[in-house]
Design a protein around this ligand. Structure first.
Ligand code: SF4
Length: 74
């Protein structure tokens, strides 16, 4: 699962960090705007999608990438 945060859209409300800190702390602490969550369980995957939907700035994009094969460079 790939998460992309558009820095220029983010208003810093920290809803994402507070709702799902295990995942979005990367953003809160390091401003890392692209990160992968490998094999999230169903509950976490739903939570991540919920957070993306709740972002008031529409800054979070989630690609579940279910059919992607890992290991490719690019
Ligand atoms: S929820 Fe959206 S606007 Fe708020 S901190 Fe996260 S990315 Fe930024």
């Amino acid at each position: 699962m790939r998460i992309v945060i558009q820095k220029e859209k983010c208003i810093g409300c920290e809803i994402c960090v507070n709702t799902c800190p295990e995942v979005f702390m990367e953003w809160g602490l390091h401003m890392r705007s692209v990160f992968e969550v490998r094999d999230p369980d169903r509950r976490r995957a739903l939570l991540i999608e919920q957070v993306a939907g709740d972002c008031p700035a529409g800054a979070i994009t989630v690609d579940s990438g279910e059919s992607e094969v890992s290991g490719k460079g690019g």
